[in-house]
Design a protein around this ligand. Structure first.
Ligand code: NAD
Length: 400
């Protein structure tokens, strides 16, 4: 499909964002990713919880003052009142976690598609309620578990589902950071402050913020359904109330074992998300900080170093379509994020041209993945409270 036709839609999709104001982090990434393929344009925003800051932030995005709103409610009301040919098509939610549910629910009910950052909501109950609202709507709902967008992650998933590693028996996923080794939250660092506050972050800190990404990556790459979880979460930095370190062991339905380790307190570690998967016929390993390489190993054979190469015979279809540049030109965070948007846009264009929208088995992470993430968080916290006791992890709304 060419970018100009936008999946048969014949125009760009119009984006409104909640969050992404001056001094924030991921909102800007969302906007960059959304426009990367020339299929969307940002036309409106409620950029901040502070109305004046929201209006001040609009100019940074070339959004006219008339569409820089003082609140998300105002954005939804005013946009809905515009003619269909002008109003936004979708709402991106890049606020701290506690605002995901109210904004997402109101946006779906107002008839907009939604792209929501993770974790889906503050609580599992909110996530389950939101899933009902989404199921009853015609809208597309994307959750930005952006690591699923890397070409070699997509390639690995296709290889695993095709049986190239045999039966999967072990998944070791870890997401290791060091930035919260000290109490940054007491020094006015905004991102640290809300992430360590249970009223804004949710039941977990580190496990909600990054453990959930590591868990999702294993689910996405293998498709294995979880059965039960045993977790131990720790608060290592004195004075903090939410976990800043944790381990979980996961039993999968096919008998496989998985581990998730997440840390915010490991000196010198940046965004070290890595995953290792063992099958009966081979194993593979991928690191987010070196995303254009993946190692595949078979006993008795040389190790295979896969590179991100859209023209190589070893690159499968899922890997190829996730690439934009020839091999050797590094693609990374923005492009992977844009791949999640791209798959969401295909679905939005399909919806706009009268097609039925698939809600469960999608290329992009969806509401089901979001609910699973919230179940992972709440069961990890609950298991840790009882000393790592085993608790169920298969949610009735699980993807498949
Ligand atoms: P941040 O604190 O940098 O930015 C949050 C923004 O939301 C700010 O502009 C703030 O003013 C705005 N905001 C807060 N309440 C609002 C409201 N009621 N209305 C409008 N705007 C409001 O936070 P961040 O680090 O960018 O994280 C935002 C979200 O993105 C979190 O849910 C986080 O978990 C997620 N995140 C995801 C990734 C990823 O890789 N997918 C990376 C970082 C953050």
């Amino acid at each position: 499909m060419t970018m100009a036709t936008n999946g048969g839609l014949g125009r760009k999709l119009r984006m409104g964002i909640v969050g992404g104001g001056q001094g924030s982090f991921i909102g800007r990434v969302h906007v960059t990713a959304a426009v990367l393929d020339n299929r969307a344009t940002l036309v409106a925003g409620a950029f901040s919880s502070d109305a004046a800051r929201s209006k001040a932030s609009a100019a940074d995005y070339d959004v006219p003052e008339s569409r820089a709103y003082g609140s998300y409610q105002e954005m939804l009301d005013r946009e809905r009142a515009l003619p269909a040919g002008e109003r936004i098509d979708f709402v991106t939610i890049a606020t701290p976690n506690h605002m995901h549910y109210p904004v997402a629910k109101a946006a779906v009910e107002a008839g907009f598609h939604v792209v929501c950052d993770k974790p889906l909501t503050l609580t599992l109950a909110e996530a389950e309620d939101l899933a009902k609202v989404v199921a009853g709507s015609k809208g597309v709902f994307v959750v930005t578990h952006n690591y699923t967008g890397y070409p070699l992650v997509r390639q690995a998933r296709e290889m695993i589902l095709a049986g190239e590693l045999g039966e999967i028996q072990a998944i070791r996923a870890e997401y290791i950071q060091g930035w919260l080794r000290t109490r940054l939250e007491s020094e006015g660092q905004k991102q640290a402050a809300w992430r360590t506050d249970p009223t804004k972050s949710g039941a977990a800190g580190c496990f909600g913020d990054i453990g959930t990404h590591a868990y999702n990556l294993g689910r996405f790459m293998t498709g294995l359904l979880p059965e039960a979880i045993s977790a131990n979460l720790k608060v290592f930095v004195p004075g903090r109330s939410l976990d800043d370190y944790g381990h979980a062991v996961i039993r999968y339905e096919n008998g496989a074992l998985g581990t998730v380790t997440a840390s915010q307190i490991s000196h010198g570690r940046e965004n070290d998300l890595r995953i290792q998967i063992d099958g009966t016929e081979g194993s593979l390993e991928w690191h987010q900080e070196e995303p254009n390489k993946m190692t595949v190993r078979h006993n008795g054979k040389p190790h295979y170093l896969y590179t991100r190469d859209p023209n190589a015979p070893f690159t499968n279809d899922a890997g190829k379509v996730a690439c934009r540049l020839p091999s050797g030109h590094p693609e990374a965070f923005f492009e992977a994020f844009a791949n999640v948007y791209r798959a969401g846009f295909d679905a939005m264009a399909q919806a706009a041209t009268g097609g039925a929208v698939e809600k469960k088995d999608t290329v992009y992470p969806n509401i089901h993945d979001g609910v699973e993430g919230m179940y992972f968080i709440e069961q990890s916290v609950a298991s840790s409270k009882v000393g790592g006791g085993w608790l169920p992890l298969k949610h009735p709304l699980a993807r498949r």
